[in-house]
Ligand binder design. Structure first.
Ligand code: AMP
Length: 429
């Protein structure tokens, strides 16, 4: 090894990206299983889409004057000079797959869920990463029925409850539609133009292109300006007002407490009418965000089909579970520990274990470890009820020792009868 090699750091993961280590897996499993449970109950089908998508998909849907498009896309140029993007969100991909594969033929509503990694070139900070994971639930329908907005909010809350999270808060707003939003936009621009000198540089730019996003700015001085900004509820057209009223009535009927947040907007252009965010105690910001996106399917080249959905950040959900001290409880049954002694026994071990696998008998082994003591210590640590001890003598006699690790009582069993003997013992456990 050269001197340079010795002193240089080992290769590290890219900035803002994380390894999900074995000790974190139970919580990740719990979140995925909870999502699956909710999906099955409310009849959402699963769909998966590629991690890479064409750049145009996001340029034309998410909107060029959003942070995601302006600053955050990971762009890959292929050998044939095509520009692909590591997907920054799932909704546009699911909508593309829906249109491209003609899934309208499956009828309405089309309820779909997905999960997976997403990539945004953000400044890494607590709860904000460059690679993160989302659970996504969407409903595409042939009419913008408010019952779907409510059903999705309900599914989101129940999902978080199954993840054992407490103090769940729902914030809702409506951002109107193509008919009423332009008027509100104008009013916002008028208000903020009179405060130009107090705006952050990003907001100054957004003021002319996407003024609703000024309400979403996290800069202190912009937050304080928001307090006197006009609110959209005063500008909603009748259909948007009725829709919003209906959504709230459903939530009340379900006894889901919500808070109206007059300044809640979503960063993405394709949203219309209902927008919502969900927070929990100990979570960083919103852990779930969603809303109605009535224009997206048509933008992608499909029919004019309204839709509504949400995305939950898995890292943020897991961080909140950790912050709230969620205990999962261990319902895994301990496995029978297989111990070998000597080279001959080692050679036969995998065959014996294979026979037990076919009989559905749960086995754990550490075939790489040579000493009996070491193997017994591991068996003890894992809380195995029985150990199987297979040595030279047993290998010659086609038998094996079955040892009860609680009582220390052991018996020699012919290999041919091993599976049946263990089944009986496990039944009596
Ligand atoms: P969005 O797709 O921006 O509406 O975000 C939906 C949810 O994804 C948020 O509520 C967060 O839980 C999560 N999320 C968004 N961006 C990030 C990020 N950079 N790092 C971690 N989680 C994120």
């Amino acid at each position: 090894m050269t001197k340079k090699e010795k002193t240089s750091l080992p290769i590290q993961r890219p900035k803002g990206m994380h390894d999900i280590l074995p000790q974190a897996q139970p919580l990740w499993d719990k979140v995925r299983k909870s999502a699956r449970e909710i999906a099955e109950y409310y009849n959402f089908v699963r769909m998966e889409t590629p991690i890479l998508e064409k750049k145009e998909l996001f340029l034309e849907t998410v909107g060029e004057v959003t942070d995601i498009i302006e600053k955050q896309m990971f762009v890959v140029t292929t050998k044939s000079k095509e520009q692909l993007v590591l997907r920054p969100e799932l909704t546009a991909s699911l909508a593309r797959a829906y249109v491209e594969n003609g899934l309208q033929s499956l009828g309405f509503p089309f309820k779909v869920w997905s999960d997976g990694p997403l990539f945004r070139y953000e400044r890494p900070q607590a709860g904000r990463y460059r690679e993160f994971h989302q659970i996504d639930f969407e409903i595409i329908s042939n009419e913008p029925d408010p019952v779907y907005d409510a059903e999705l909010i309900l599914a989101a809350v129940r999902f978080l409850e199954i993840c054992k999270l407490k103090n769940i808060k729902i914030f809702v707003n409506s951002i109107g539609c193509k008919n009423c939003r332009p008027q509100y936009r104008k009013q916002l621009q008028t208000y903020y133009r009179s405060k130009k000198s107090e705006l952050c540089p990003d907001c100054l730019r957004r003021l002319e292109t996407n003024p609703l996003r000024l309400l979403d700015c996290k800069e202190e001085k912009c937050i304080s300006l928001k307090a006197r900004a006009p609110i959209i509820l005063d500008y909603l057209c009748k259909p948007c007002k009725d829709h919003f009223k209906n959504v709230l009535e459903y939530l009340e009927e379900l006894k889901l407490p919500y808070e109206l947040d007059n300044y809640l907007v979503r960063g993405l252009d394709y949203y219309a009418k209902t927008v919502f965010e969900i927070t929990v105690e100990g979570g960083t910001g919103a852990i779930i965000g969603g809303g109605r996106y009535d224009y997206l399917i048509e933008l992608i080249g499909g029919k004019n089909l309204p839709a509504v959905g949400w995305a939950g950040g898995m890292e943020r959900i897991i961080e909140a579970m950790n912050a709230q001290g969620v205990q999962l409880g261990n319902n895994k049954k301990p496995k029978i520990f297989f111990i070998y002694i000597g080279a001959l026994a080692k050679k036969r071990s995998l065959v014996i274990i294979e026979d037990l696998r076919k009989n559905n008998i749960p086995i754990i082994e550490s075939l790489g470890k040579e000493s009996l003591k070491g193997q017994l210590r591991t068996a003890d640590k894992l809380g195995s009820p029985f150990a199987l001890i297979f040595g030279q003598k047993e290998a010659f006699e086609e038998s094996i020792i079955v040892r009860d690790l609680d009582s220390g009582v052991q018996e020699t069993v012919p290999l041919a009868k091993l599976a049946d003997t263990l089944k009986k013992k496990l039944k009596n456990q």
